[in-house]
Design a protein around this ligand. Structure first.
Ligand SMILES: [Zn+2]
Length: 264
């Protein structure tokens, strides 16, 4: 598969694919955004066989030397199974990834603990922010966004004793104002869920979501920048933008977007 795709390239886009995983499971996945252990193993196996360098977000933004292939792996939400399953598979393949965690959920059931996050860092993983609350930042005032992001970054840096430079927007809801505030509070990298490879100099990092039905072949096409699947995903993403906007503004509970919880 890998060799065939590299020997006979289809129309391909330049840039580095930044993959976005959510929850993981050992057996068959039921949720659309959950990847199974065999699926993750297949994806990472493809990257290894096709001689991709799995790099950091920072490296992905640098110009790509001719003939080299890079990819970035990210995981959103800080779920405990990303540590139990994901870390093991990543280490087996010799890869690293960025894990975006929601700070108010750390040490709560189903989510990673501080000890697990420290263990992740020791194993070579990067920890980024997914906000303090898992909330829609585009529905907040600039002041609220600043409070949320400054708080999340501050907590992570204090507890992990390390700089935290990347932010991924919950639900992929990010606009220029949110990105500007994120940079103002110190995040160098702001990640969206626009399905496209990242190009040098981009200020917002697009990411390609991995679904429960993303096969090895689909993954290989997306990793190699195959134009048609990426354009199809991008068209779908754009088509859903307006209905998503309406739903989250006028029917937030249905869409799973709630207000920021009151402090205890
Ligand atoms: Zn999320």
């Amino acid at each position: 598969m890998a060799a065939r795709q590299l020997d006979h390239p289809r129309p391909a886009l330049s840039g580095v694919p930044v993959f976005m995983y959510h929850d993981l499971c050992e057996g068959a996945a039921s949720d659309r955004y959950t990847a199974s252990l065999p699926q993750l193993t297949m994806h990472l196996g493809f990257l290894r066989e096709a001689r991709f360098t799995v790099c950091s977000l920072e490296e992905a933004l640098r110009p790509l030397p001719h003939g080299t292939r890079r990819a970035v792996l990210t995981f959103d939400d800080g779920l405990v199974r990303q540590c139990d399953i994901g870390l093991r598979v990543l280490v087996e393949h010799g890869f690293s990834a960025t894990f975006f965690v929601t700070t108010s959920l750390i040490d709560t059931p189903g989510y990673m603990t501080w000890n697990q996050l420290r263990g992740m860092r020791t194993a070579g993983m990067t920890i980024g922010s997914h906000g303090h609350h898992h909330a829609d930042h585009t529905a907040m005032s600039a002041k609220q966004v600043e409070e949320e992001l400054r708080r999340s970054r501050g907590i992570l840096e204090e507890k992990l004793v390390a700089p935290v430079n990347a932010f991924s927007a919950p639900f992929g809801f990010v606009n220029r104002s949110v990105a500007a505030v994120a940079r103002q509070v110190g995040f160098q990298h702001v990640c969206s869920s626009l399905p496209w490879p990242v190009q040098p100099g981009m200020t917002m990092i697009p990411r390609i979501v991995v679904y429960k039905n993303t096969t090895r072949e689909d993954f290989a096409g997306l990793a190699c920048g195959s134009a048609w699947p990426l354009m199809a995903r991008r068209a779908r993403h754009s088509a859903l933008h307006v209905p998503k906007f309406v739903l989250r503004r006028f029917w937030p509970a249905k869409f799973g977007v709630g207000p920021i919880p009151e402090e205890q």
